[in-house]
Design a protein around this ligand. Sequence first.
Ligand code: AHM
Ligand code: MG
Length: 324
Amino acid sequence: MLLLSQFLKQQDTEDTLVDLIGTLMLACKEVAIQLREGELAGVLGSTDNTNVQGETQKKMDVIANDLLKKFLLDNPLVAGLASEEEDHPVGGNPEGKYLVIFDPLDGSSNIDINVSVGTIFSILELPEGMDPSQDEAYLQCGRKQVAAGYVLYGQSSVLALTTGHGVNFFTLAHTGDFILTREQVQIPADTKEFAINMSNHRFWEEEMRNYVGDLLQGSEGPRGKNYNMRWIASMVAEVHRVLTRGGIFTYPWDGRDPSKPGKLRLMYEGNPMSMLIEQAGGISSTCYKNIMDLEPQRIHQRSAVALGSKNEVEALLTYHAESG
Ligand code: AHM
Ligand code: MG
């Protein structure tokens, strides 16, 4: 049985990074406890507040954000943080080494119905001479991430983590330790499972409509196999399924609000999930470009996302290559 910290040390992870990931997991454990208590802890339901995205904050969005902030700002390694629930970055120790970007509770529309949610995080280094309380310090492309991961709060709480040497899963035990439960996760290259919010069909680009239309034709159509569909409305759960048994997950650009380049956020959803997917042998793209090659312009910037099994994402990309 290998604990998270023991495993990271075996992988020769820098001591500072082991320390920071340990701090993140302290906060996530607290989030897991609150979620487990649910109604009993009075944490379900919404607040009267709206976040920078214009979305009503759930009570747990705020609780998870406050917990992550509190634990991270107590760690002198943290130069600053940026969160889906914060309008602007929050400076920590200016001498600190790391910037942490997170979605404290992804899929929060699922909280009140007791379906899986998760915390997504991305770790960058503070570039020399940059101010960690200013957006510019954080606007680094996904390739610069030194670590990324999520904690899925499901039947069990599972950490999926990469420090750039593959993807490993750790399960939260009753002792409070994260224990290695799956090593060097690899996504099967082929799949018969797709995840997309079909209710947006009429707003998609023609390329996406053609691709999904071909999937729906099953073994009679050009793809020659019968597909199954899943939609949890929780990116963490969706990506966990893809990492565990393959599949394709996409939240594509759609024309509901043409000024938005997608629903999901690049810095705290797109980039960390893309690092995990690529490290597990999959592909993660906007449909036109690898997500981790995008040069971010704003912290809360959105992006189209299509990720998962290599051969399936490549098939999707061919529909776009002809027009792109
Ligand atoms: P959130 O960060 O506000 O929870 O929004 C992100 C979530 C993703 O987890 C999920 O893929 C998507 O929104 C679901 O959206 P939809 O409402 O279209 O099902
Ligand atoms: Mg989210």
